[in-house]
Design a protein around this ligand. Structure first.
Ligand code: GLC
Length: 499
């Protein structure tokens, strides 16, 4: 629990805090009865320093010693032993940790408790394929593949048997920070893509038996060109969904409509024509949409996630517009916050704020738990921002989200074409169309009213029906508006349908 489940001590079991194997099997069975598919987070890059594998490695058991990435330290001018090179952990400070049992340093690109696995060892490759098979045999429908860009390190044989220093990025002056270096030897290595194709072959073994697709979603903050490499290469297939993170990495509260267009066009521009796109605006590592952008843009962002072509991915709580919770320095538990050693600025990197309990109602712990204390405090304001309240409101983030999900099953959104435009600095608009049907989405990113002309879009003219309007919009569903002169109030988001 150094990284709350991302430091796996036994890849073939369930951690006590999360339940038992029987609980898990029951979950899969019940979900399948409801036609809900369960996918698991597969964390291939690293294990745990409290695993049997690591313990055996420290005892000198050669098979398991070779599961990890070991390197000799270097002796400095004062005779002190120092880490092998300048590599830093994603969570700050050296990515190397010394173990006197073996007299070497091991690599951990994340916390000290997460030793990297050595994918240049065929035993590790086989073991991790067996992990995939183990959970597929339990009935899961696929995997979200964690931190995939980190899987391989450069082949040190090509560098005289020593891992080389990474070059400085030039834009961060603190050598302990991950951004201090350009990660040319620890991220996005060519071999990583091949491993994804191998895993896809394992998934497809299962599909060939029963006809059901097993899905792979890869987590990598990288260029669109690299994202696409995860999808496949020639005859070899890869992940169906390399997470499209540009709404997170390239969009903030100040972004203009043109910047939103640029960010949303990236993946669409590079992806192969016959594969679906996907849309992600939040996850458990990123400040929430309401806090990162604005509470008033929650509905607009959910419109993008659900009505753009392809797969929509929603992090729990984003459908009701949850905000980042306040977690004091004392209560902070995320290593990404704690490793800053900075009681003032820790919250900028801590991921605790977006991990606070889901807000069901105004009861104790927002209805999330009956325990006296939850592992993170419930976010302020849960008494009014919760599912129960939003269910009863005429218009709420939740009801807008539900309407969007319903609309999404329409052929226009399933099969229709897509285009987008920045109508001015602040207004982003998109059109979806299929056969005779046309829908237009309009999102005002600023607190300023505009009158816009939607006839920029081909065949969009005259009367349009308001199909969905954002929570604070003055327009109600069913209102008729004019394409040539649509008045959009500050922060309003709308879905319109050509009459
Ligand atoms: C991924 C996860 C993150 C975790 C890290 C290390 O980025 O999303 O939560 O800390 O990998 O496993």
């Amino acid at each position: 629990m150094y990284d709350f489940g991302y430091d796996i001590a036994d890849f073939y079991d369930i951690q006590d805090e999360y339940g038992t194997m029987e609980d898990f099997e029951e979950l899969v069975t019940k979900a399948n009865e409801l036609d809900i598919k369960i996918i698991l987070d597969f964390v291939p890059n690293h294990g745990s320093n409290e695993s049997i594998w690591f313990e055996e490695a420290l005892k000198g058991h050669e098979k398991y010693y070779n599961y990890f990435v070991w390197e000799d330290g270097v002796v400095d001018e004062n005779g002190n032993l120092q880490p092998p090179n300048n590599w830093v952990s994603v969570f700050r400070k050296s990515a190397w940790e010394y173990r006197k049992e073996v007299g070497k340093y091991y690599l951990h690109q994340f916390v000290i408790g997460q030793p990297d696995l050595n994918y240049r060892n065929p035993d590790v490759v086989e073991e991790m394929k067996n992990v995939i098979r183990f959970w597929l045999d339990k009935g899961v429908a696929g995997f979200r593949v964690d931190a995939i860009a980190h899987l391989f390190e450069v082949d040190k044989k090509k560098y005289g048997g020593k891992y080389p220093d990474e070059p400085l990025s030039g834009y961060d002056s603190d050598p302990d920070n991950y951004n201090y270096l350009k990660h040319i030897y620890t991220e996005d290595q060519d071999e990583t893509y091949d491993m994804i194709y191998q895993w896809r072959e394992v998934l497809d073994e299962y599909k060939s038996k029963d006809g059901f697709t097993r899905v792979m979603m890869t987590e990598a903050y990288t260029s669109p060109q690299n994202m696409i490499r995860y999808m496949g290469n020639g005859d070899r297939k890869g992940a169906q969904m390399p997470f499209n993170f540009f709404l997170i990495s390239d969009v903030n509260g100040e972004s203009t409509a043109a910047e939103v267009k640029y960010a949303t066009d990236k993946f669409l521009t590079f992806k192969p024509i016959d594969t679906p796109s996907n849309w992600v605006a939040g996850n458990h590592d990123q400040s929430r949409v309401a806090s990162r952008l604005s509470p008033e843009l929650v509905d607009g962002v959910n419109m993008i996630i659900t009505l753009f072509p392809g797969v929509g991915i929603t992090y729990m709580g984003e459908e009701i517009g949850m905000v980042d919770g306040f977690v004091s320095w004392e209560d902070t538990i995320d290593p990404s916050g704690c490793n800053t050693d900075d009681p003032i600025n820790y919250w900028k990197t801590s991921r605790d704020p977006e991990r606070t309990p889901f807000q069901w109602n105004a009861d104790k712990n927002a209805g999330f738990s009956t325990a006296d204390k939850t592992w993170l405090p419930v976010a302020e304001g849960f008494e009014t921002l919760n599912v129960n309240v939003q269910r009863q409101m005429d218009r709420s983030h939740l009801n807008v989200y539900k309407a969007l999900v319903k609309l999404r099953s329409n052929p226009v959104f399933r099969h229709g074409r897509y285009e987008s435009v920045a109508l001015n600095t602040d207004i982003f608009a998109f059109r979806r169309w299929h056969n005779e049907e046309i829908y237009v989405g309009v999102i005002n990113l600023r607190n300023q009213s505009y009158t816009v002309d939607l006839s920029y879009f081909e065949n969009v003219t005259g009367d349009l029906d308001v199909v969905i309007s954002s929570t604070l919009s003055p327009k109600t569903v069913g209102t008729i508006v004019q394409a040539e002169s649509l008045e959009v109030v500050g922060m309003e988001s709308l879905v319109l349908k050509l009459k």
